[in-house]
Design a binder for this molecule. Sequence first.
Ligand code: B12
Length: 154
Amino acid sequence: MTSVLTRGRTVLLSTVSSDAHTWNLVYLQLLLEEHGHHVVNLGPCVPDEHLLTVARAVRPDAIVISSVNGHGHLDGARLIRTLRDDADLAATPAVIGGKLGIDGEDDDRHVQALLDAGFDAVVTEGTPASALAEFLAATPPPRAVDAGAPARAA
Ligand code: B12
């Protein structure tokens, strides 16, 4: 049997459910693709249940959540608890970043609660973008796939 390894991770990219900002997602998608990853970008205002449905179908190597409106500390915590309660997604590496609080100051105070809720990493505003690449590089490598098998759902 011939096996190949995909070049990068398959990354599910999304905002939290309340967040309507989109350029953050465009930026993050370009950044991830530049590092060789395959990105499934769900866009803004993604309901938790929709994200779970897509994640169960795509089985991403990692989930990247963006918060810009400042509700990441609430919506993100709820989302990751739901993900961690799902048998299929409980172990999927997940990171949240951006503007986690609404006042634009002292986002560090939200970090521990988001880690406790289930995120593997929390990236606060102003952290170099390389932190995201380093997080993904530290995730388990993509599974070997049978070269003759159909492409993974995207
Ligand atoms: C454009 C914009 C909008 C547009 C969005 C249009 C669109 N299609 O995206 C509209 C008008 C819809 C909008 C609405 C609102 N906005 Co607005 N918006 C902006 C604005 C001017 C630019 C955002 C942008 O596109 N930046 C460019 C992208 C590329 O950068 P970014 O979003 O900052 O994301 C970077 C980082 O956060 C980081 N990042 C983000 N996510 C992640 C995830 C990970 C894992 C990592 C590593 C990094 C990371 O990387 C990105 C690139 O550096 C900013 C102010 C500003 N100058 O930044 C306010 C701003 C984001 N908005 C703000 C607010 C409050 C709102 C509203 C609540 C206003 C209101 N009262 O209605 C609503 C929220 C609506 C909602 N439901 O979410 C605040 C957020 C405050 C906070 N969180 O601290 C800001 C900062 C303005 C301000 N100074 O008050 N907004």
